[in-house]
Structure formats: structure tokens, C-alpha cells
Design a protein around this ligand. Structure first.
Ligand code: SF4
Length: 64
């Protein structure tokens, strides 16, 4: 799995960081998403897919 985040689309809702905390965080300055990993480990994939579903702005994309 490879993920991309679009910080321009992010509205700082924080669902990603709550759902997959080892993969996503929020910028301390503006609250927008920060991807801690672009290729999450297999055991984190289900949490990442849940974060994609929960993100209200569609800012997270699973590339492959
Ligand atoms: S859930 Fe979406 S909108 Fe919210 S911080 Fe994460 S990427 Fe941004």
C-alpha cells in the first residue's frame, strides 16, 4: 500500500490521526494532515482504509 495526502484539500478535521495514529498526524501549526509513512505496514492497512473513508475532505488517497 502507498498513500498520498493532499494538504490543500485537508480541512484539519483530525479523523485520520485518530483512526491511524502511527500513519497520520496533524501539523502543529495549521492542523493539516502530515503523513508519517507513505508505505504503511500491512497490519496498518485496515486502519488506513478506514481513515480514507472517514476523511471528510477526500484528502487521503491510496495509490496502490
Ligand atoms: S481526516 Fe482528512 S481532513 Fe481531517 S486531518 Fe485527516 S486528511 Fe485532513
Amino acid at each position: 500500500m502507498e498513500i498520498k495526502v493532499d494538504r490543500e484539500r485537508c480541512i484539519s478535521a483530525g479523523m485520520c490521526a485518530l483512526t491511524a495514529p502511527g500513519v497520520f498526524d496533524q501539523d502543529i501549526e495549521d492542523g493539516r494532515v502530515v503523513a508519517l509513512e507513505s508505505t504503511p505496514a500491512p497490519e496498518r492497512e485496515s486502519a488506513v482504509r478506514e481513515a480514507v473513508q472517514l476523511c471528510p475532505s477526500g484528502a487521503i488517497t491510496v495509490v496502490q
